[in-house]
Design a protein around this ligand. Structure first.
Ligand code: ZN
Length: 474
């Protein structure tokens, strides 16, 4: 067998911080960046004798996400204790959901370079976050418990992803989704959207291979690099006849390093949390209106607006881009032309400067005004590009369009220019009449030059041919 006949199998576990003001089981603030240990209380510090009280807002947000992915919501779910020792876990256990999560199944539709991909989910459960250990100066490890008790949802995908590109596209879609729903801010760098990846290899059709869990993937680039590295590492182990060891590995800038042997579920001695009742969902949470989701919007762009899957993917990649596009449509520009100008001209230029659509110096209404002029033929593509450069430089649409001038589609003006050019080129006129039709291009070039490139191309062509016929010797 060849090296390429390994199939890559990836499942992702995403921990996503819910946008609540307070923690999951106490009233402490969840604000990011406060002084260490300033947002704590006896509950989240794990003092003896305290009792957790479930934050209803966290459940409401979690249910929004579950409904958006089409998950099944059992009428009752159960919190469990996951027991382990770690300095940033003062209780000695984490309250999570284990055997009976609040959401089972569901799926996320992803678009990757114009191809649709449906990623099935195993489950989504609610849990509290642990604190944070920092291995700082003075050779000390410091513990900040501000994050302890912060509400999270863990979104577990099926091992259905087959490449690092698919994994990254799925993550971006999921982040776009939680932001659109207002469920999470999705900040990877602040740790409110974190990803672990389970990676294994197998021969196509064979049972799943031994998986390795990758941690510390706190950017989309790291997710891709860590998975690619791990796939290459496992392939080498397997092709040398070795066996992959089930373990947790940490991404460390260029390589993945062993962190610890992988625990199995029984190591955590899960049991139902005795201090919390089973969770029953409120009917108003299940009836809460949802906004148009990125996947639905993409389908609408393809089905109703006639855009390609690829264009729809680009335009729905984040909410700023789709809001820009929607504003162009609202200003009267057509969908295909708007998609082209936004995705190619504007985003192309923004990308070269490393800027996003939300930082565009061109307003959607101004770009739409320019697109409308190209659609009604008053701006040629050459003039429109000149006008676009002026928009980019900060001019208004009216000023930019006035400065480049509109296409000359006035027949009298065109006929005068044609008469001048033909009169000045008797040899070429004779060549045309002798059957050398290629000289038409020469005449068009001269006419365009005389009118500073603003002649309406179709009308010019028609009037030119008529003028040449009128001059044909009898
Ligand atoms: Zn607290």
């Amino acid at each position: 067998m060849t090296a390429s006949s390994w199939e890559v199998v990836i499942g992702l576990e995403v921990h996503c911080q819910l946008l609540t003001a307070t923690k999951l089981f106490c009233g402490c603030s969840t604000r990011f960046g406060a002084a260490p240990n300033s947002q704590t209380c006896p509950v989240c510090l794990g003092h003896p004798g305290v009792l957790p009280v479930l934050n209803a807002e966290a459940v409401r947000l979690a249910v929004r996400l579950a409904r958006a992915v089409g998950g099944t919501l059992p009428p009752e779910s159960v919190f469990s204790r996951k027991n382990y020792f770690y300095p940033d876990l003062p209780k000695g256990y984490q309250i999570t959901q284990y055997e009976r999560p609040f959401c089972e199944g569901g799926e996320v539709e992803v678009s990757l370079r114009g191809v649709r991909l449906v990623v099935p989910l195993t489950r989504i459960h609610l849990e509290e976050d642990a604190g944070k250990s920092t291995h700082g100066g003075h050779g000390l490890t410091e513990v900040d418990l501000n994050r302890a008790g912060t509400p999270l949802v863990e979104i577990v995908s099926e091992p259905a992803l087959r490449s690092s590109d698919e994994a990254a596209a799925y993550l971006e879609e999921l982040r776009n989704l939680v932001r659109t729903l207002g469920v999470s801010d999705g900040h990877l760098e602040e740790g409110s959207f974190r990803c672990d990846a389970n990676v294994s290899l197998r021969r196509p059709g064979a049972p799943l291979g031994t998986r390795v869990e990758l941690k510390n993937l706190n950017s989309f680039t790291f997710v891709k690099k860590a998975i690619d590295y791990e796939v290459a590492r496992q392939r080498e182990v397997l092709e040398e006849g070795g066996a992959v060891i089930q373990e947790t590995r940490l991404w460390d800038e260029r390589v993945t390093r062993p962190m610890r042997g992988k625990e199995d579920a029984h190591d955590y001695r899960y049991f139902p949390e005795p201090d919390l009742l089973p969770l029953r969902l409120r009917s108003e949470w299940l009836a809460d209106a949802l906004p148009e989701l990125p996947g639905t919007r993409r389908r609408r762009y393809v089905d109703a607006l006639g855009l390609s899957q690829y264009d729809a993917e680009v335009l729905t990649a984040d909410s700023a881009t789709s809001a820009f596009f929607e504003a162009m449509l609202a200003a009267g520009a057509g969908p295909k032309a708007s998609a082209n100008w936004l995705a190619n001209e504007l985003m192309g230029r923004l990308n070269t400067e490393g800027r996003s659509v939300s930082a565009s110096p061109v307003a959607p209404q101004d770009l739409a005004a320019l697109v409308v002029r190209t659609q009604d033929g008053r701006l040629s593509s050459k003039l429109a590009k000149e006008a676009f450069s002026r928009l980019w430089a900060g001019e208004s649409a009216a000023a930019a369009i006035a400065a480049v001038g509109e296409v000359v589609s006035d027949s009298a003006a065109l006929e005068a220019a044609i008469a001048d050019v033909l009169g000045a080129s008797p040899d070429e006129v004779a060549q045309f009449h002798a059957g050398k039709t290629k000289v038409v291009g020469f005449f068009v070039g001269r006419i365009m030059k005389a009118l500073q490139g603003k002649a309406d191309p179709q009308l010019t062509q028609a009037l030119l041919l008529a003028a040449l016929e009128a001059r044909r010797p009898t």
